[in-house]
Ligand binder design. Structure first.
Ligand code: NAD
Length: 473
């Protein structure tokens, strides 16, 4: 059993690791400088939402092997390992802001007793293991010694607990082989492949992994834009492409683009690292540009298809950046809402768990208890986060609640035919738009490829669509 201090232990990564290491049989003290989050944890509740987290938290607390504190003096003395899990947000130059990592490393150094293995679990730029080692040496308490290990984290929010216990790989980078092996040994029970490497390569593995996944998303979004013009259905295309074992199905879903606290900032940070190193990050720049346009497209479709949104009511389904989390950092929904409000819309938004985080961030949006309340008197519904519950919505009930008929499915999560059968006009991302049951009879041209998606919907919306699309071939 190891004594582990988790620094940033009330955050998404820190807290999930605190409960996971307790579950694996270690003695854990989770430290965070946010007193509100820590007092919530001391009261036995989680300040964040992650499936499975509450149960492990209760079990950890009951075992007596998991504690929470705001005091370094309480967490670090006696620890064998100190995991740095603090945030690394985007700095002014697009790189990773290392303020929290520097502060955490310094505090660990000042409170350490004996030999401590300091583990960089935060996503940090290449060279950070060396940086942390310097800070530790500079501020070391008398008698304290350190080894630094890079151990980047690959969990995905929404399935973090599942990912922790079933990792694809563990990456351990250190110039100190003994320290590296001791970190790897903490995960031994998980039977995962372990990549033992140097710190710089370990740090780069994390950025390259996230950048690749983000590239897959932007790639399929670009394909979706082409499909939309040429009459192909990107969901069919992605299925056919993804069955190629060399490509795979995952991260090939077209939609409103990626958000969250990792992909956007990590792609930007890798681009900044590249520029500093004299490499022009052409692919990374394109990934970010396509991602921005995926959000633009959702807003543009709503505005075009409603003939402007001034005075119109738009229901937004989903606020979290992805399902099964309450994390709204850089969530596409927030961006989309702000732009619709700026264009004069009244926005009623809903989300199963993220609403408490949004009330403060988005005073311009009204929050509705559920999808049906959001849809009441709405001219359009825009689905931005594909929560499972939204796939099972009673579409007839939604249609009855709405004033208008437009459904923009920003995640291709709904069945176009089911939406149409409810008398609504379905618009997805890069997929065909079926005629709504109650829509006017469509001209023959509607059924063949060659018309841009918005043109087709304009025909279906008839008099409601007072715009002239620039999208036709
Ligand atoms: P977070 O903001 O949820 O958590 C960070 C926590 O650190 C906060 O609770 C904050 O109060 C605390 N903190 C800040 N400075 C501190 C200090 N000096 N001492 C102690 N605590 C301090 O962030 P997160 O989403 O958990 O991300 C943490 C790191 O892990 C980032 O580098 C991120 O890129 C990386 N990461 C995140 C995920 C994810 O799913 N969120 C996945 C992989 C990697």
């Amino acid at each position: 059993m190891a004594q582990i201090a988790i620094i940033g232990g009330a955050g998404y990564v820190g807290l999930t690791y605190a409960v996971a290491f307790t579950e694996l049989g270690h003695e854990v003290v989770a430290l965070d400088i946010d007193p509100t989050k820590v007092s919530t944890l001391l009261a036995g509740r989680s300040p964040i939402y992650a499936p499975g987290l509450d149960e492990l938290l209760q079990r950890g607390l009951a075992s007596g092997c998991l504690r929470f504190t705001t005091e370094y003096a309480d967490a670090v003395p006696g620890a064998d390992f100190a995991f740095l899990c603090v945030g690394t947000p985007t700095a002014a130059d697009g790189g990773a802001d290392m303020t929290y990592v520097r502060a955490a490393a310094r505090s660990v150094a000042e409170h350490a007793t004996g030999h401590v293995i300091v583990v960089n679990k935060s996503t940090v730029p290449v060279g950070s293991a060396t940086l942390v080692a310097h800070i530790l040496a500079e501020h070391a308490a008398p008698g304290a010694t350190f080894a630094v290990v890079s151990n980047p984290e690959f969990v995905a929010e929404g399935v973090a607990i599942q990912d922790i216990f079933n990792p694809d790989r563990i990456v351990v980078g250190s110039d100190d082989p003994v320290a590296g092996l001791r970190v790897a040994a903490l995960y031994a029970a998980l039977n995962a492949p372990v990549v033992v490497t140097d710190p710089a390569s370990a740090e780069m593995i994390k950025y390259a992994s996230n950048a690749f996944l983000a590239t897959k998303i932007s790639f399929i979004n670009e394909v979706a834009a082409i499909c939309e013009r040429l009459g192909a259905d990107v969901t069919e295309v992605a299925r056919g492409v993804g069955l190629d074992g060399r490509i795979g199905q995952r991260f090939l879903r077209a939609g409103a683009g990626f958000g969250g606290s990792c992909f956007p900032k990590d792609v930007r940070a890798l681009g900044t690292m590249a520029r500093h190193a004299g490499v022009e990050p052409r692919v990374l720049d394109a990934v970010l540009a396509v991602n921005a346009s995926a959000r633009d497209q959702v807003v543009a479709k709503v505005i075009e298809l409603l003939g402007g949104v001034r005075g119109k009511t738009i229901a937004i389904l989903g606020l979290a950046f992805k399902p099964d989390t309450d994390d709204v950092r850089d969530a596409p929904a927030l961006d989309i809402i702000r732009r619709l409000v700026a264009a004069g819309a009244r926005v009623k938004a809903t989300d199963p768990v993220a609403m408490p985080h949004v009330a403060r961030l988005l005073p311009e949006a009204e929050l509705a208890a559920d999808a049906y309340a959001a849809a009441a008197d709405a001219d359009a519904i825009v689905l931005v986060t594909e929560w499972a519950g939204y796939r099972g919505l009673d579409l007839a009930r939604l249609a009855a609640a709405m004033r208008g008929r437009l459904v923009v499915d920003g995640r291709n999560a709904l069945s176009p035919t089911a939406v149409a059968a409810a008398g609504l006009i379905y618009v997805g991302v890069g997929r065909a738009t079926p005629a709504a049951a109650a829509a006017p009879t469509l001209p023959v041209a509607f059924t063949v490829s060659g018309l841009a998606q918005v043109d087709m919907v304009a025909l279906a919306l008839g008099d409601d669509a007072s715009f002239v699309s620039s999208g036709s071939d």
